[in-house]
Design a protein around this ligand. Structure first.
Ligand code: G3P
Length: 218
């Protein structure tokens, strides 16, 4: 399973890189805004900085919602760096654009996936990744994990190469359930990744080992 970090914060990305477990990055316009990145030049420069930090795919989202605009923005993003994956929303013109990018060999991530049908359509258009948002489904009382299971099953039934990138992953149980269900990738904030380090019995056991060593060795 691949671990992506879901942030545009360079410090968090660097920390995940240093842990040695990071396979890629996902961003979205809200995460870019959270870092105070504004204006096309600054946005492009920031994506480039992220790509230089990480040896893996970096999803950069288009803002346009019309076909020509998505193509124009996506091509400019793809030219920035070979790590860029063009992130396109699940809308009619987005699906058409995914087909165009796929035919040109440009990687895509179809975002804002909330149903198995949307995921199937994105896979048919050739998306590299689909991003079902599990946390936001849970927020409205639906079952994010059930959607992951459906998409994993459907892609496996037909051997679609599109990867299931579980997004809006908010906590460790989400991540572990995605792993159990066979999601190809999870993207989550740094605290979910580093949270995997923790277990009270590890802390207790280590304290005992070090205390016993000290008793004998001083
Ligand atoms: O990858 C999509 C993600 O950023 C959405 O997460 O927590 O805002 O639903 P969240």
């Amino acid at each position: 399973m691949k671990f992506f970090i879901d942030t545009a914060n360079l410090k968090d990305i660097q920390e995940a890189v240093e842990l040695g477990v990071l396979d890629g990055v996902t961003t979205n316009p809200s995460l870019m805004a959270k870092e105070g990145i504004k204006g096309t030049d600054a946005v492009m420069a920031h994506y480039k900085q992220i790509c230089e930090l990480v040896d893996g795919d970096v999803s950069a989202e288009v803002i346009a919602t019309d076909y020509e605009g998505i193509i124009r923005e996506g091509e400019a993003l793809a030219e920035l760096h070979p790590n860029i994956v063009v992130k396109v929303p699940m809308i009619r013109d987005g699906v058409k654009a995914i087909r165009y990018f796929t035919d040109k060999g440009i990687k895509t991530n179809c975002t804002l996936i909330f149903s198995a049908g949307q995921a199937l359509l994105a896979a048919k258009a050739g998306a590299t990744y689909v991003s079902p948002f599990v946390g936001r489904l849970d927020d409205i009382g639906a079952d994010g994990m059930q959607l992951i299971q459906q998409i994993v099953d459907i892609f496996s039934n037909y051997g679609y190469p599109t990867q299931v990138l579980a997004a809006s992953v908010r906590h460790i149980p989400h991540l572990i359930q995605c792993a159990e269900l066979g999601a190809d990738v999870v993207t989550c904030p740094l605290n979910v990744i580093t949270g995997l380090l923790n277990h009270p019995l590890t802390d207790k056991g280590l304290a005992t080992f070090l205390a016993d060593h000290k008793k004998v060795n001083g």
